[in-house]
Design a binder for this molecule. Structure first.
Ligand SMILES: [Ca+2]
Ligand SMILES: [Ca+2]
Ligand SMILES: [Ca+2]
Length: 308
C-alpha cells in the first residue's frame, strides 16, 4: 500500500498513472476438490496452472500488457462471505467439494449487483449460480462438442483475441434458459456458457472446468485447453473486472436460516422461506442444486432447527 501510494506520488510529479491491480479471490483447499493427482485449487493446484500462469504473465495483465493492470491474488478463504468479498474485484470459482451455501450465493449476488465480477467454471457452476443470476439450469447433462454461438460476445471477441467455431467438450452441464440478464455464447446440445450483467456488475457461468485444464487423468478429467479456451478465459477475466477503484462495502453475518435477512432467526423466517419457495425465488434453492423442490423445504427446516 505504501509503495503504491509512493508510486502515485511519483506519477503525479511525472504525470503518468499506475493502474490498480485486479484483485482476485479464490476458495482454499478445504473447498477445492482433488481427484487422483489433480488438485482443483485455482491458486495452488495443478488443474488450472496453465490459465493461472497466463493471468500472471505481465504481457497479458500488467503495465504495458494486453490489459494494463496486473493480477493480485487475494488471500484464499474457506467460505465466501461479505467480508471476504471486500478484499477483491473478481471471484474465480471452480470445482468445489461442498456446494456454495445459500449465504455464499446471496453474498456473490450482492457483490455482482454492486459492481464486482464473478466467473464460475465447473460442471456445477450453472446449477449453483444460475438461479441467483436469473437463469434456469438444465436438468440434463450436455452432450456433443461445443460451438461458439455468439462471435461478438465480449468473451469470444475481447482483448485476448477472437474465438469462433467448434470446441472439444468433456462432461458438462448447461442452461435451459439464460434468462433476462444472460447472453449465451457457446452451446453443445444445450447452452453451457453465458455472460450476465446484473446491477453494476458482471458474471460469467461456464458449465465445465475441463475446458480450462491442460492436464488429464483417467477417471478424473480430460483437459481440453487450447488457445481458444485460453482466450475465452482471459477475455472473461478482463470482461468481469470492475473499473479501478471498485470497493465492495457489503458487510454483516449471514445465517442460512435467516430467510428474511433481518439478522434474527425466528418463526417469521419459516413463513418468509415458504413464501420464497412458493414464488420459486432463487434463494429458496437451499441445497444449491439448481432446482426448487420439496428437498429444499426439508433442508431449510433442518437449518432453521439447527439455529445459527
Ligand atoms: Ca467437466
Ligand atoms: Ca429473520
Ligand atoms: Ca434445491
Amino acid at each position: 500500500m505504501k509503495i503504491h501510494t509512493f508510486l502515485i506520488g511519483l506519477c503525479l510529479l511525472a504525470s503518468c498513472s499506475v493502474a490498480q491491480p485486479i484483485r482476485v479471490l479464490t476458495l482454499d483447499s478445504s473447498r477445492s476438490g482433488v481427484c487422483g493427482g489433480i488438485d482443483y485449487n485455482i491458486l495452488t493446484g495443478n488443474a488450472f496452472a496453465a490459465v493461472r500462469g497466463a493471468m500472471d504473465d505481465p504481457g497479458n495483465f500488467g503495465g504495458g500488457g494486453v490489459v494494463d493492470r496486473e493480477i493480485a491474488w487475494a488471500a484464499q478463504v474457506p467460505v465466501v462471505t461479505r467480508d471476504a468479498l471486500q478484499t477483491c474485484d473478481v471471484v474465480l470459482l471452480s470445482s468445489n467439494l461442498t456446494r456454495l451455501d445459500v449465504c455464499e450465493r446471496r453474498a456473490l449476488f450482492e457483490f455482482v449487483d454492486a459492481g464486482g465480477g464473478v466467473f464460475m467454471f465447473s460442471n456445477g457452476a450453472i446449477s449453483q449460480m444460475g438461479l441467483p443470476l436469473g437463469a434456469t439450469p438444465a436438468p440434463v447433462n450436455g452432450s456433443g462438442n461445443g460451438l461458439i454461438t455468439d462471435e461478438s460476445s465480449p468473451v469470444t471477441d475481447g482483448p485476448f483475441g477472437a474465438v469462433a467455431g467448434t470446441l472439444s467438450m468433456a462432461f458438462h452441464r448447461g442452461f435451459d434458459a439464460v434468462g433476462p440478464n444472460g447472453s449465451a455464447f457457446v452451446a453443445s446440445d444445450i447452452d453451457y456458457g453465458a455472460t450476465f450483467e446484473v446491477g453494476a456488475g458482471r458474471a460469467v457461468l461456464y458449465g465445465d472446468e475441463e475446458s480450462f485444464m491442460a492436464i488429464s487423468e483417467n477417471g478424473c478429467a480430460a483437459g481440453m485447453l487450447t488457445n481458444k479456451e485460453l482466450a475465452i478465459f482471459l477475455n472473461t477475466v478482463a470482461f468481469i473486472a470492475p473499473d479501478p477503484g471498485f470497493e465492495f462495502t457489503g458487510s454483516g453475518e449471514c445465517c442460512p436460516a435467516d430467510a428474511n435477512q433481518d439478522g434474527e432467526v425466528n418463526t417469521i423466517d419459516v413463513l418468509a422461506f415458504l413464501n420464497q419457495w412458493n414464488g420459486d425465488e432463487a434463494f429458496a434453492d437451499i441445497n444449491g442444486d439448481g432446482v426448487i423442490n420439496t428437498q429444499d423445504v426439508l433442508a431449510f427446516l433442518n437449518l432453521w432447527n439447527g439455529g445459527c
